[in-house]
Unconditional design. Structure first.
Length: 145
């Protein structure tokens, strides 16, 4: 069986690039979580258009997630969702990407490690969809589009 020699390198590069992008997204999210968020933020052309954030808790793939749903109360519309970073199920601390050469995630409190695949796009998508489902169950009359 002969595989072109460049294919694994391309996959590796794509994997590294994807991880860097995810890490940056998660870092931005983690930093925004630390700062105090106002309950409602006025945006748009006029001050009447208000958006709000709603956070839920989901346990999936053996970790905790705290996805955020951004919505417009006046338009009764879901605007966007963010899956957030995975959290340790034991400590509820945000996991970080391992820095010791091992691929994957690690809990800063209890040092438990988790597989790199924890934050695959398919899982993040599943978390976002679950968050919207939770939101719609608790906010009758809201729509996603
Ligand atoms: Zn932990």
């Amino acid at each position: 069986m002969t595989l072109p020699a460049h294919v694994p390198a391309v996959w590796l590069a794509a994997s590294v690039a994807a991880n860097v992008i995810l890490f940056l997204l998660f870092t931005v999210f983690a930093l925004s979580r630390k700062s105090e968020r106002p309950a409602a933020v006025a945006v748009g052309r006029d001050a009447e258009e208000v958006i709000d954030n709603w956070e839920t808790r989901i346990e999936r793939v053996d970790v905790l997630w705290f996805p955020t749903v951004t919505f417009s109360p006046s338009a009764k519309r879901v605007l966007k969702t963010a899956p957030g970073v995975p959290h340790c199920k034991n400590c509820a601390r945000a996991l970080s990407l391992s820095k010791d050469g091992n691929k994957g995630w690690v809990c800063p409190a209890c040092s438990q490690s988790f597989p790199e695949t924890l934050a695959d796009v398919s899982i993040l998508d599943m978390i976002s969809k679950q968050a919207v489902k939770h939101f719609l169950e608790r906010h009758p009359g809201f729509q996603t589009k």
